[in-house]
Design a binder for this molecule. Structure first.
Ligand code: AMP
Length: 132
């Protein structure tokens, strides 16, 4: 897609700090990192989100994360763990599927915040989800 910023990165039209690339995926540093080494795994082909993605991209990405990216992050940045997240629709700033890899360090201060005041009781949510 011409107006997609990640497609433009794939095509080399705008710069990115590339970490890994193969025929299916590209990995580069997030310009606004949550922790040191925060990177994005994207398919080279444009998919908006998880719901129209070729599932093979997930399988391939997990293999690359396990075999190449996590060992790299662990050995070079000495992280203590890895948080993986992925937004679809609401909360998704860039409408080109991407997986966030957020290296975690002891006492890194990273927080996934949410508003407890608007949470429904879990039994209410459960009955809504499973009602016939
Ligand atoms: P999301 O909110 O899940 O769509 O995340 C989009 C991410 O893309 C954000 O963390 C941005 O900082 C990052 N981002 C946006 N533009 C660029 C870019 N040109 N290069 C690298 N990362 C980017």
């Amino acid at each position: 897609m011409n107006d997609c910023i990640f497609c433009q990165i794939v095509k080399g039209e705008i710069p990115a700090s590339k970490i890994y690339e193969d025929e299916k995926i590209l990995v580069f540093l997030d310009v606004n990192p949550s922790t040191n080494g925060h990177m994005l795994v994207i398919p080279k082909e444009h998919y908006q989100d998880l719901f129209n993605l070729d599932e093979e991209i997930i399988t391939h990405s997990v293999k690359v994360i396990k075999e190449k990216l996590y060992p790299l992050i662990k050995s070079k940045l000495n992280c203590d763990g890895l948080t993986i997240c992925q937004n679809n629709g609401y909360g998704q700033e860039v409408k080109h599927f991407h997986i966030h890899l957020i290296p975690r360090y002891n006492d890194d201060g990273f927080v996934n915040s949410y508003n407890k005041d608007i949470l429904l009781p879990n039994d209410q949510v459960y009955s809504t989800l499973i009602e016939k």
